[in-house]
Design a binder for this molecule. Structure first.
Ligand code: SF4
Length: 331
């Protein structure tokens, strides 16, 4: 469920969302992805219930500035392709996050930064404003403080809320960074909160509020998570994966992955390693095409240890359409 303060056209990435190939007519794949999802680090301060980061896997590391510059060099040869700082960690924990962002903006690459908001101080916010970061997206959880703290173990709701308001106040009437806020809910949490109220609280502080569904599927085997499985949406139906036609994932160590769902860096989910493998080479290469055949053109999800737990691109948004109709809103 998406809500905009000033309409979808105000989104700096509306040019992507309005493109041919975005969510429809995407096969055959375009020569280069719409998005490069880049992981500054897989370090994080939190221990969220739903997060695949708690699965054993990769050691903690940080993206090297030189490697980032090389990645930007290839991205800049494809105008319109945007970079998102995301991955299995909190991007603002990268000790050179400001430089990492500035290097992208020096090459005029559209840049979106995801953050849990905890480490955003006024000085860093001013730097993001100054360098022209296009979108700063805050990630929350649930529809109220209680739900947030249940899911985001170790966080501080008051501090995050204050930092979002600080960012809004410092940005003021300037258009950039566009400020986005994403939350997600376990379906049963909807019995204890209304998405419309959440949107009402935040739209105006930020420019866009998105409400999605939380998935516990990737961590469903963990004893800590098992008791809460009944809280998530029952009966999700699997659909064809479109992610493999839209974005490419690059981890902090240069590993190029099919999508952002694998926190463990499994070889079965990896298309190559930058710079030995170029981004375009990986994007159009045999491993990526094999993945598209398996989950993007047929429902072969059981053939992958990651995809077999993934319910991306299902009819889950119908839930929000029903809900919005009940609350008398446009989804
Ligand atoms: S189906 Fe597989 S490739 Fe597609 S988003 Fe899910 S985990 Fe990634």
């Amino acid at each position: 469920m998406l809500s905009y303060l000033n309409g979808p056209g105000s989104d700096p990435f509306s040019y992507i969302y309005a493109s041919r190939g975005w969510l429809s007519d995407y096969d055959p794949p375009r020569p280069f992805p719409f998005w490069i999802n880049l992981e500054p680090t897989n370090a994080c301060q939190l221990d969220c219930l739903f997060c695949s980061r708690q699965l054993p896997g990769r050691p903690v590391g940080f993206l090297d500035l030189g490697l980032a510059a090389e990645i930007y060099g290839e991205v800049a040869r494809h105008p319109g392709t945007a970079v998102r700082f995301t991955g299995w960690g909190e991007p603002l924990l990268h000790p050179r996050i400001e430089k990492l962002a500035a290097l992208a903006k020096e090459r005029s690459i559209p840049l979106k930064i995801y953050t849990n908001g905890l480490e955003l101080g006024p000085r860093l916010m001013d730097a993001f404003i100054e360098m022209g970061v296009d979108d700063l997206q805050f990630s929350m959880q649930g529809l109220n403080e209680r739900q947030y703290l249940f899911n985001r173990v170790g966080s501080d709701y008051g501090r995050v809320s204050a930092n979002i308001r600080m960012a809004s106040q410092r940005r003021g009437g300037r258009g950039r960074p566009f400020l986005s806020l994403l939350t997600s809910v376990l379906e049963r949490e909807l019995e204890d909160g209304r998405p419309g109220d959440f949107v009402g609280e935040w739209l105006g502080v930020v420019d866009k509020v998105a409400v999605d569904l939380t998935s516990l599927n990737f961590v469903s085997d963990l004893p800590r998570v098992r008791p809460y499985l009944p809280l998530q949406s029952p009966g999700l139906r699997r659909g064809l994966c479109v992610d493999v036609f839209l974005a490419l994932e690059v981890k902090h160590d240069g590993a190029i992955q099919f999508c952002g769902q694998d926190s463990r860096g499994l070889p079965e989910h990896t298309a190559g390693r930058f710079p030995e493998t170029g981004l375009a080479e990986a994007w159009l290469g045999g491993r990526m095409e094999g993945q598209r055949d398996m989950v993007g053109r047929r429902l072969g999800h059981e053939g992958s240890p990651v995809c077999s737990r993934c319910f991306h691109n299902t009819d889950k948004y119908d839930l929000f359409k029903d809900l919005a109709a009940r609350e008398g809103r446009t989804p």
